[in-house]
Design a protein. Structure first.
Ligand SMILES: *Cc1c(COP(=O)(O)O)cnc(C)c1O
Length: 195
């Protein structure tokens, strides 16, 4: 069974509350400060909640991110790996990590270049980070399956067990590739207003 991460970015905790009360445990956010404002209180009340950082992470936000989040899906540089390691050791916490790959080699997208991936993964191993697997957001278009195929191959090659693939538009494709974490926003909460 895949885990469904309800991507709650831009929605207020009042909007999210019905799903929390229903018992859903996994939520995704893409901005550290927004997540702190929304989740700090409720997370102490409900310690089973799991928060996933899915957006671009700046090194100067790592300290705060490590304190709040349980998973980071957007690790894409050695610098970030080192900083996460330091900050989580400082507080005796161990986050679960996905390495984000810029699978379509798009200039505007974050994620590690494919050629950097093995070095980043090696650094994670050296520092004993708990890497679950790879994450990607494929380019818009019709060849999603090709990108999912490629990333699954890379995941297998690194002997990683989990994949973070699939959003509202392509989660059915992701399921065909046995993705373990689907990141679904729009199909759960509705359209986000542009910010
Ligand atoms: C916003 C976001 C999602 C969810 O997108 P939807 O299309 O609304 O399901 C998934 N992953 C990442 C990294 C996101 O930023």
């Amino acid at each position: 069974m895949p885990n469904i991460i309800a991507v709650s970015k831009t929605f207020s905790i009042q909007n999210i509350k019905p799903l929390i009360d229903y018992g859903h445990l996994h939520y995704g956010e893409n901005k550290v400060q927004e997540a702190i404002d929304k989740w700090t209180e409720i997370k102490t009340q409900k310690p089973d909640l799991r928060l996933h950082m899915i957006g671009k992470l700046q090194t100067n936000k790592v300290k705060l991110a490590v304190r709040l989040f349980d998973y980071i899906h957007s690790v894409d540089s050695i610098k970030l790996v080192k900083k996460i390691s330091t900050e989580q050791e400082n507080i005796g916490k161990k986050l679960k990590i996905f390495l984000q790959v810029n699978i379509g080699n798009e200039s505007q997208k974050s994620g590690a270049h494919i050629s950097e991936l093995s070095d980043i993964y090696l650094e994670c191993k050296n520092l004993k980070l708990e890497v679950l697997g790879l994450m990607c957001i494929p380019p818009l278009g019709s060849s999603v399956d090709n990108y999912f195929f490629d990333i699954k191959k890379m995941n297998d090659k690194l002997k990683l067990k989990y994949l973070s693939l699939g959003m509202s538009s392509d989660y059915l494709n992701a399921l065909n590739f046995k993705s373990n974490f689907l990141r679904i926003g729009t199909k759960i909460f509705g359209q986000r207003s542009k910010t």
